[in-house]
Design a binder for this molecule. Sequence first.
Ligand code: NAD
Ligand code: UD1
Length: 348
Amino acid sequence: MCPYSKTSNRGGTTTNILVTGGAGYIGTHTCIALIEAGHTVVVADNLSNSKRESIETIKRITNQEIPFYEVDISDRQAVERIFETNHIDGVIHFAGLKAVGESVEKPATYYENNLISTLVLVNSCLKYGINRFVFSSSATVYGENEVPFVETMERYPTTNPYGETKAMCERILTDIAKANPLFSVSLLRYFNPVGAHESGLIGEVPTGIPNNLMPYLTQVAKGKIDDLSIFGNDYPTIDGTGVRDYIHVMDLAEGHVAALTYLKKGAHIYNLGTGQGTSVLQLVKAFEQANGVTISYKMVPRRSGDIACCYADVDKARRELQWIAKRDVITMCKDAWRFEQNNLHQEV
Ligand code: NAD
Ligand code: UD1
């Protein structure tokens, strides 16, 4: 038995969940959290941004068999075949393209992949009577808004096609829930997922030079990149650098289990964050303190499209999902670094 296996049925109802994009960063961690909570999972992923080995690693961590389908979720026949050959109680839809910069260069690819996959999947759910649906949205749909971001705020136009696909999918799923009284959907707006499973066996594997802060930090710490460029030190924040709500990926994964447990009829939006803002400089210091390493950095101009400050109001998730994030920034930094040190696949 793997020492990290915590599989137990905590007395809840066991359901069989289709996890699309389940070979990816958040999907793999969520499969583990679902299995730990006593559910079973079926994974569908086209491996466009992940590897088949991640499924083997989830099996190793959880000691569970996981049916895996290498399919594109935009392929209606392939999706329907999954529903015909498995009894599926609910769906968590992670499959999607997520690189903001790439979405500006290839908008048609992003709109096609993210919208068509969602439409095919939800239509297949309706056809097969599957009424429990959880969708990966993003805090990016708030645009530049007053902090903390609350679910009742108006959605602002985002600065890129990726963000627009999230806003559009939210709208599509909300309309579908209105028209189908049995349908329940949670629209989960993630803040900044970071960190890795405590085993150090799964985590985020960015392709090429990372865009996001935490994977960049780990690669500077490892000596793969000379120094971190801090994008702007003239924001109206505690130290002039951008503030974000970093959330440990295992807390986020557990948020999905809670969202499934407390699904209710209609479409409901939930922020999944910690409610705490951390500046870039504060994260650099936390990383150094957590891991006993030095991060060399330089200040450069702001990155276009960035906002000064973004953190969540987490009250609704606490009240309605009985969920709060438990892991602190030091744990996020330790777990991210443990995974980076173990990770042999990553090439820059
Ligand atoms: P990821 O790229 O690691 O995982 C997504 C998975 O979906 C990959 O394994 C990819 O191969 C698969 N995929 C993509 N298109 C597909 C398709 N058409 N059919 C089948 N599989 C497909 O990304 P992630 O960080 O795990 O993100 C998961 C979801 O959460 C995405 O929808 C993303 O937009 C959303 N999200 C992520 C973040 C973040 O910072 N990581 C923040 C907010 C929202
Ligand atoms: C990014 C995405 C956003 C997505 C979010 C969640 C962009 C433009 N936006 O946002 O759509 O929802 O991730 O994962 O990619 N920073 C540096 N140096 C770096 C990298 C980042 O200073 O090398 C700073 C940024 O300016 C920002 C903070 O670190 O202030 C966090 O950046 P990042 O990890 O890219 O996340 P977001 O910008 O919040």
